[in-house]
Design a protein around this ligand. Structure first.
Ligand code: FBP
Length: 549
């Protein structure tokens, strides 16, 4: 059964850039040849067939169609992000505009569906059911990596069996890196399958001069900001709790920063600043405790602290500890596995760690010690979403305040509530921004397919302007690449966009943070508006607005 909102929302017609309004067969403008963001010689060598392609922009075509129908494959890769269904709907409408008999094949459960040949044909009836809805459930997603020659060959065999001439990979930086490797493999081996990427992730860290934002960031931040606003109002009403809220974003702090800017929370921690200033855990705790103490004398015993999910990996001493633990747990896996009690595990770890890292480990509450020892993800990384940094900070701030109290420097009463917002926002019904952006990205992917190009990412720019000014085109993925050390090896990867401390969004926080800390200047953004006046429905994030101001 579908909700009333879903029923009405299904008829929303997403906006398109002018270039795509007469169909996906467009006039193509080729820009200059491109290069890589860094390590040019290495990237050129690794991607000899696809490197250096020109940037593309599209202009409206004549509404003509192709002579022959095409079959296109699509996969969703990685964490869910609002708008994924609209990318697929846009792609479907785009390929149908190229030829009415074109077919869209959805591979199930992410890249593994492509490798194992598990798929469904996406018909008009299926697509209509998912227009403007959240989630990735139309075909499911997964985190399997497409990176070995065996994977590339089974993908090729499966595509050729289905007569697929192009694959669209909807994913984040790692998935698009793999899409680029796949494009290179196909092109250099004369395999007639194009590969096109679409920029997805709520984390907002797949962006650069050519890709203004990743889809899903807008909606997810609006959901979290609504919840933060509600909590702020509760805090201001009851005046008895400090709320410590951890926000998703595996590495970069874009989500925490955007939510801080939307809600004027009292404290927003930005991991990238912590790392640059080499702040210790104690310094972060002291910073929060001082604000709590100051507010106790002015506003009262309440407030809100926003904490980015990836924080622990940016605090120098904890980063060193995590890196040593990663190596230790990999090396001593067998010996560690047989230990059953918490105490045995802690003694074992302390015995094997170096002096400094053992000191850091011992200074952490037992709950966090155990979470740091949890299973690693498939890439050997700590799963930061499972580390309760919000509890760690709340606990440490409480001890710091007791210390201040004993010295007569704190007179308030501290009581904390902790929260983690992440999964609440990843499958929300897309905001108008994401509904439009995603549909345009998908439709535009079909224009890239029609252009015959491969190894390109779908790009729709000028998104802070009226849709009449949106620019559709394509960016060679190699342009975003550099070489990074991953698991002891040099690998070509799309450079992750972290928060830049000299960019407008962070500077806006710096300009206001003292005021927001002490005064209660909360903003309550309320829920996403899907119908109504444009000033509440057609919004863009503070991040993109400030970046493009
Ligand atoms: P992507 O980078 O794949 O878009 O995923 C982002 C994310 O939502 C992170 O914010 C979070 O740390 C992670 O996925 C959680 O992963 P999982 O869904 O596997 O728990």
């Amino acid at each position: 059964m579908i909700s009333s909102l879903q029923k009405v929302r299904a008829s929303y017609e997403p906006k398109l850039p002018p270039a795509l309004r007469k169909g996906a067969l467009t006039k193509i403008n080729q820009g200059n040849d491109t290069t890589a963001i860094a390590d040019v010689d290495k990237i050129k060598k690794l991607f000899s067939a696809t490197f250096g392609s020109p940037e593309l922009s599209f202009e409206v075509g004549t509404g003509e169609t192709l002579d022959k129908a095409i079959n296109i494959g699509v996969i969703l890769s990685g964490g869910q992000a609002p708008g994924g269904h609209n990318v697929i709907a846009g792609l479907f409408d785009g390929i149908k505009s190229l030829h009415k008999d074109s077919k869209l094949i959805g591979f199930l459960g992410g890249p593994s569906g492509l490798i194992n040949n598990e798929y469904v044909e996406l018909t008009a009836e299926i697509i209509d059911e998912y227009r403007n809805t959240g989630g990735f459930d139309i075909i499911g997603s997964g985190r399997t990596k497409l990176e070995t020659v065996e994977d590339f060959n089974s993908s090729k065999d499966n595509c050729l069996k289905l007569d697929i001439s192009a694959l669209v990979v909807i994913g984040g930086d790692d998935s698009n890196t793999n899409a680029c490797l796949l494009a290179e493999y196909y092109k250099s081996n004369d395999i007639p399958i194009q590969v096109i990427g679409c920029p997805k992730t709520i984390d907002g860290d797949l962006k650069n001069e050519q890709i203004e934002t990743s889809f899903g960031f807008d909606t997810a931040c609006r959901v979290y900001s609504e919840l933060i606003g509600n909590i702020q109002r509760d805090a201001k009403s009851a005046k008895k709790y400090w709320h410590f809220i951890k926000l998703m974003g595996r590495s970069a702090s874009h989500i925490a920063l955007e939510c801080g800017l939307q809600t004027h929370a009292n404290i927003t921690i930005v991991s990238e600043e912590v790392e640059t200033k080499k702040q210790t855990l104690d310094e972060i705790v002291a910073y929060i405790a001082n604000i709590v103490a100051k507010r106790a004398e002015t506003a009262g015993d309440f407030g809100v602290v926003l904490i980015p999910e990836g924080l622990v990996e940016f605090i120098p001493e904890v980063k060193a500890l995590i890196s040593e633990l990663n190596d230790l747990l990999a090396k001593e896996e067998e010996a560690f596995k047989i230990l059953s009690s918490k105490d045995e595990k802690i003694v074992f770890i302390n015995h094997h760690l170096g002096k400094d890292t053992s000191y850091t480990f011992s200074s952490l509450p037992q709950l966090i010690q155990m979470q740091l020892l949890n299973d690693r993800d498939p890439h050997g990384n700590v799963q930061v979403s499972l580390i309760e940094t919000e509890k760690l900070l709340a606990e440490m701030v409480a001890s710091k305040l007791s210390e201040l109290k004993s010295k007569g420097k704190y007179t308030g009463k501290f009581s904390a509530q902790t929260h983690f917002f992440g999964y609440e926002g990843r499958c929300a019904a897309p905001s108008n921004f994401d509904a439009d952006y995603c549909y345009s990205l998908g439709y535009n992917a079909s224009a890239l397919i029609a252009s015959g190009k491969t190894g390109y990412m779908s790009s729709v720019r000028n998104m802070t302007q009226h849709s009449d000014k949106w620019i559709a085109g394509g960016i060679p993925i190699t342009m975003m690449m550099n070489v990074e050390r991953r698991h002891g090896e040099d690998k070509p990867v799309i450079q992750k966009a972290l928060v830049k401390l000299d960019d407008a969004p962070f500077l806006e926080l710096v300009k206001n943070r003292e005021k927001w800390a002490i005064e209660t200047d909360f903003v309550y953004p309320g829920p996403i508006q899907y119908f109504g006046p444009s000033e509440v429905c057609d919004l863009v994030t503070k991040t993109i607005e400030l970046e493009q101001a």
